[in-house]
Structure formats: C-alpha cells, structure tokens
Write a protein that binds this ligand. Structure first.
Ligand SMILES: Nc1ncnc2c1ncn2[C@@H]1O[C@H](COP(=O)(O)OP(=O)(O)O)[C@@H](O)[C@H]1O
Ligand SMILES: [Mg+2]
Length: 379
C-alpha cells in the first residue's frame, strides 16, 4: 500500500483540500483509496468530501480501542474511495500517548487499500511528525505567505530531528551530542545539518550510518497552494534552498495551485472541487499533481539533482500557464452567468480585506527589521 501523508506546519494552507481531492483523483484513476482524517481535534475532511453518514471515528477508537478498526473505514458516494473520519470532539493530537499513536499507525497500515492518504493537523507535535514519517515521501503544503513557508521549513527541520532521535540509541555518543545541543538551545535553532552530521560521523560512526540510511529515504515533496500570481511561485525556490542548505534535503516540487474563489462554492455544496468543477483551473492543477504522483512508485530511488531542478522549472511554467487559463476561465464564467457581477464584487471585497491584512503584516515586519538594523543586523 502506498502511504501519502499531507502536512504543513501552518494551518489553513490547503492540506485538507489537497488530501480530499488527491484522494478523489486517485480513486478516479482506479486505485482503491482510503482517506484518513488525522487532524484530530479539528477534523473537517468529512465536510470537504460531503460525508454525512454518522459512524465510528478515530476519536472513538482512541477512547475505546476494543472497537474493530475496520468499522471505522466507511464507504463514500465516490467509487473506490473509503473514508476514516477523525473527530472534532476529542482533544488534539498533542494529547495522543505514544502507545496510542503507534497502535493507530499499525491499524492504519493494516487497512486493505492501494493508497492511504493521511490528512494531518497543523503544528510540529510528535504525533504529527510520526504520521508524516510513516512514508519517506510525504507531502508538505505551503502557501506563499512568509509565515507558511517558515512553518513548512520548521516542520521539515523537526522531522529531520525526529529521524535523528529515532536513529540514535539512548546514551550513545550521537544521542548525547544531540541532547547537549538541545540543552544549549541556540544550537538547534541555528541548525546547520551538514556540519552536525560531520560532527556525529566522527564521534559515533555507527549511529551516523543508521541515521544516514533513514535520511536518504526521506524525500518530502512540496505543493505550493493559494497563488495569486506567477510571481508567488518563486517562493518555492526559497523553501527549496533553505531545505538544501540547512537540512541537506532535496525537496521535489509537485506543483502549484492558484487561489480560486470557486473553492468556497464547492465547499458550501459539500462536493470536492474535482467533482464540482472538474474543468476549473484549480481542479486541473490537482489532477496534474495526482498524475505526477501516479507516475512514480513509492520509495522510488532518490531523485537526481537534475530532476529536482526540473520539477521547479516545470512548476514555474505551470504557474504561468494556469494564470493565463484562470483569466480566461473567469471571463467564461462571467459570460455564462455562473459567476455573477455580485460574486465578482464579493471577491474583490475579500481580496481588499486580505490586502489590508498583508499591509499590516508588512508594517509590522518593517518595524521589526528597522529595530534589528538599529541593533547592528545587516540585511
Ligand atoms: N486554492 C485555493 N483556493 C481557494 N480556497 C482555498 C484554496 N485552498 C484552500 N482553500 C480554502 O482555504 C481554507 C483552508 O483550507 P484547508 O484545506 O482546510 O487547509 P488546512 O487543512 O491546511 O487547514 C478552506 O476554507 C479552503 O476551502
Ligand atoms: Mg485541514
């Protein structure tokens, strides 16, 4: 079974949208898909896929582990797609004990399907990292906002640390080294993994080899969502460069998705966008990502540097093409009457509110920057 965990660090960037619609795309391509809502405490996948049947959820399972796990896996109206509901009632993943987490992972992995897609919660809690690390090729979603890209990076950094702690035996020289850095505090904030690894290799070659084996399998992939213009696509390069320079990670770019107000309508109608408007630019972008995933096997050999580079060039090109198509599409919607002048006014208003929010954020950041400069920081 292929496992695709979807995480982000920051909330509200489109994890659930990606998880739900990729699940639909895979199901339409003939795969037997199980979609699991692991955003415990803030579950909303059922709303996105329009799942109305009440039934056992992961929350209930955690409270009563005697429940037969297979009863959680519910049929949906979408052929080939089954769904495991989360639970908005139980406290978040932060409260999962490690034994609960491990049991849940075991049960999820024993589900009979071709593909398991896991929609994860925001944040970098251990449970979320462990769900993400079930596969070496999880997907990280970010929007172009600085806060989102920073969180995506921090999430991956924490994932790398989780891999280290998993690889280093308690009390080994490598473990002690890591603990010392952690206690010093600043060491981990200013993480520069390539240098750390050199230190670890000299101190504790056995631990180093163990970690090396797991980090070599770790090839997270990126989706950049909520673009407004092709220029936003450049943000992906920043994530790529930070991950490469500081974490030694090669992150493949799966593609960009533009922000599209049609998603709100699709959400209100309780239909995933792929079913609501398969021809929308938003849907086509998701199909394109699904195709890229379908073309590769899980645990394929690590991508060559050239292919990683290519994935960014391709995404930049797609950002340009989608932008043109989106303009045409809005015009078409206006002419066909699907999008009324009223909708357009509403969209413009919403965008103005967002612009004013961003302006405020900008003023705040400028203030921080000028303070840093006055304290000697050179930009
Ligand atoms: N590309 C997009 N265009 C328009 N709205 C979007 C897009 N991606 C996500 N959204 C909306 O943004 C909100 C947050 O998305 P969601 O998938 O729930 O994020 P997350 O799971 O990361 O918290 C939802 O209301 C969703 O419908
Ligand atoms: Mg979500």
């Amino acid at each position: 079974m292929r496992v695709i965990p979807i995480a982000s660090g920051k909330g509200g960037v489109g994890k659930s949208l990606a998880a739900a619609n990729l699940a639909v795309a895979f199901a339409q391509a003939g795969k037997r898909v199980v979609l699991a809502d692991l955003d415990l405490g803030a579950s909303n996948l059922h709303l996105i896929i329009g799942h109305r049947k009440p039934g056992a959820s992961i929350g209930a399972f955690l409270n009563y582990p005697k429940i037969d796990f297979s009863t959680l896996v519910a049929e949906t109206d979408i052929p080939n797609l089954r769904f495991i509901p989360g639970d908005a009632e139980i406290p978040g993943a932060a409260n999962l004990k490690s034994s609960q987490r491990n049991m849940l992972i075991r049960r999820l992995l024993s589900v009979d399907a071709d593909v398991l897609i896991m929609d994860l919660g925001a944040g970098t809690h251990q449970s979320i990292l462990d769900f993400f690390l079930v596969s070496g090729q999880g997907i990280i979603v970010s929007s172009p906002a600085v806060t989102a890209t920073l969180n995506a990076y921090v999430f991956l950094k924490n994932a790398v640390f989780r891999l280290m702690y998993n690889a280093f035996r308690h009390g080994s020289p490598a473990f002690e080294y890591l603990e010392r850095l952690r206690k010093e505090g600043s060491g981990l904030k200013m993480l520069y993994l390539p240098k750390m690894l050199l230190d670890i290799e000299t101190r504790d070659p056995a631990s180093y080899q163990k970690f090396k084996a797991s980090i070599d399998r770790f090839q997270p992939r990126l989706i950049l969502n909520m673009l407004d213009s092709p220029a936003d696509a450049e943000v992906a390069m920043k994530i790529r460069r930070s991950c490469e320079a500081y974490l030694g990670l090669r992150v493949e770019h799966l593609g960009v998705i533009y922000r599209d107000s049609i998603q709100d309508i699709s959400l209100a109608s309780r239909l995933p966008i792929l079913l609501y408007k398969p021809n929308a630019v938003l849907s086509q972008a998701i199909y394109r990502i699904a195709d890229k995933l379908l073309q590769t096997q899980e645990d394929a050999a690590p991508l060559a540097i050239g292919s990683v580079e290519e994935s960014y060039q391709e995404a930049a090109m797609e950002a340009q093409i989608d932008f043109e198509n989106k303009k045409e599409y809005v015009e078409e919607l206006l002419h066909s009457g699907v999008l009324s002048q009223g909708d357009l006014i509403e969209t413009v208003k919403t965008q103005q509110i967002e612009i004013s929010k961003i302006k405020k954020e900008n003023v705040f950041l400028k203030h921080k920057l000028s303070k840093a400069v006055s304290q000697g920081f050179k930009p």
